[in-house]
Design a protein around this ligand. Structure first.
Ligand SMILES: Nc1ncnc2c1ncn2[C@@H]1O[C@H](COP(=O)(O)OP(=O)(O)OP(=O)(O)O)[C@@H](O)[C@H]1O
Length: 344
C-alpha cells in the first residue's frame, strides 16, 4: 500500500487553482492520471490552453502543494498540451481561419449580439471572408438577426456546414434548437456541448471568424477561450457604471488568459432625438472611453441607441448591410478597420 492514496492526492490537487481563475484543476477535469508508490508520485494533466506559461505555473504549484503533505520528493508532473494550433482543429485540412475574434460582455443585454453581427458584416463589407458563430445556448439570436430558420447540414465527415447569408457564413446553437424550445442543458453539460459544437463546424477558409460569446465571465467563457485560439476580444459595454464594472471583469478575464483586448465598444451611448436633433446621454456619457483609457486598451467607438438598429435586427438584416451609409453603420465599419489595423 503506497504511503499516499490516490484520493488524498486528488484532494490536495483540489487546492491548485487554474491560473487566473477561482476554480481548481480537478473540477476543470484536467487531472487525467495519478500513480503513487512509496517513493514517487506521478500526475498527468491534459490542457487545452496554448499559453506557454500555464504548464510551468501548474507544475510549480502542484509540487509545492504536495510537498506540504508528504516527504516524497520524487513528484513527477506530466502536462500534455494540444498538438496543433486549435484554429486548425476548427477547420478541415487545407482550410484556414486567419483570425478568431470573441465579442464579449461582462453584463447581459448590452447589445453584444447586435455588435457581433454588425462587426461581422463590417468585416465582410471591407472585403474579407467572414464567419459568425453564436455561442450562446441560452439566448441565441444570430438566426433572428439574419432572418434565417434554416438548419445546418452535416458533411460526410460529420461536420456542421454553416448557413450562408448575405455572403457571410453563420453558425448558431440556435440553428440546432427548435425555435420555441428552451435550452435545458445546465452547467458542465453546456460547457461540453459548446466545446463539441465549436470543434465540429466546417468553416472552410475565413479571414475572420467572429464569436458571439454568452454574457458573463464564468466557466463557459473560459471553455470557449481554451477551445479556440483567439486573436483577440472585443468588449461591449453600455456607458453606466453597473455595466462598466462587468466590462472591467471581462477585460481582466481575457488578459489573464493572454488574449489581447482589441478594444471596448460602447453601445447605447446616446439618443439623438429626431424631433429636436439633440443628443441625450441616457446612461451617462464617456464611460466606455474613460474605461478604455484607464485599462490601456483601444476604444472602438460609440453606438447610439436608436430604433432603426433594433428594427433592422428584428427584420433579419443587420444595419451595416441594410443601411450602410447611416452614421451607426459607419461607426461599426471604423471599429472593424481599427481591429484590422490592430491585428496587422
Ligand atoms: N444601440 C441600440 N439601439 C437600439 N436597440 C438596441 C441597441 N443595441 C441593442 N439593441 C436591442 O437590444 C436588444 C438586446 O440586444 P442584444 O441581443 O444584441 O444584446 P446582448 O447583449 O447580446 O444580449 P444577451 O446578453 O442576452 O446575449 C435587441 O432587441 C437589440 O436589437
Amino acid at each position: 500500500m503506497p504511503e499516499l492514496k490516490k484520493e488524498e492526492i486528488l484532494n490536495q490537487l483540489r487546492k491548485v487553482r487554474y491560473p487566473g481563475f477561482s476554480r481548481d484543476i480537478v473540477s476543470f477535469g484536467l487531472v487525467k492520471e495519478i500513480e503513487t508508490t512509496d517513493e514517487s508520485i506521478y500526475i498527468k494533466l491534459e490542457l487545452s490552453s496554448l499559453n506557454p506559461d500555464i504548464p510551468e505555473q501548474l507544475e510549480r504549484e502542484i509540487k509545492t502543494t504536495l510537498s506540504s503533505m508528504t516527504a516524497i520528493s520524487n513528484i513527477q508532473v506530466v502536462i500534455k498540451r494540444p498538438e496543433a494550433p486549435l484554429t486548425q482543429r476548427m477547420a478541415p485540412k487545407g482550410s484556414e481561419i486567419k483570425h478568431i475574434i470573441a465579442v464579449a460582455s461582462g453584463k447581459g443585454g448590452v447589445g453584444k449580439s447586435t455588435v457581433a453581427a454588425n462587426l461581422a458584416c463590417a468585416f465582410h463589407k471591407i472585403g474579407f471572408h467572414v464567419g459568425l458563430c453564436d455561442c450562446d445556448i441560452y439566448g441565441p439570436s444570430i438566426s433572428m438577426m439574419f432572418g434565417t430558420v434554416e438548419s445546418p447540414q452535416i458533411s460526410v465527415d460529420e461536420q456542421l456546414i454553416p448557413i450562408e447569408r448575405y455572403g457571410l457564413k453563420l453558425m448558431s446553437m440556435g440553428f440546432l434548437l427548435e425555435s420555441d424550445q428552451p435550452a435545458v442543458l445546465r452547467g458542465p453539460l453546456v460547457t461540453r456541448y459548446t466545446q463539441e459544437f465549436l470543434k465540429n463546424v466546417d468553416w472552410g477558409n475565413l479571414d475572420f471568424l467572429v464569436l458571439d460569446l454568452p454574457p458573463g465571465t464564468g466557466d463557459i467563457q473560459l471553455t470557449i477561450v481554451q477551445t479556440v485560439r483567439l486573436s483577440g476580444a472585443v468588449i461591449v459595454t453600455t456607458p453606466q457604471e453597473v455595466a462598466l464594472v462587468d466590462a472591467r471583469k471581462a477585460v481582466s478575464m481575457f488578459k489573464k488568459v493572454n488574449v489581447p483586448i482589441l478594444g471596448i465598444l460602447e453601445n447605447m451611448s446616446y439618443f439623438l432625438c429626431p424631433s429636436d436633433n439633440k443628443k441625450y446621454d441616457l446612461f451617462g456619457s464617456g464611460g466606455g472611453k474613460r474605461e478604455a483609457e484607464k485599462l490601456k486598451v483601444p476604444f472602438l467607438g460609440e453606438i447610439p441607441i436608436e430604433a432603426e438598429l433594433r428594427i433592422s435586427s428584428d427584420h433579419g438584416m443587420p444595419i451595416v448591410l441594410s443601411d450602410p451609409d447611416r452614421q451607426t453603420s459607419k461607426v461599426f465599419l471604423e471599429a472593424a478597420k481599427k481591429i484590422v489595423d490592430f491585428l496587422k
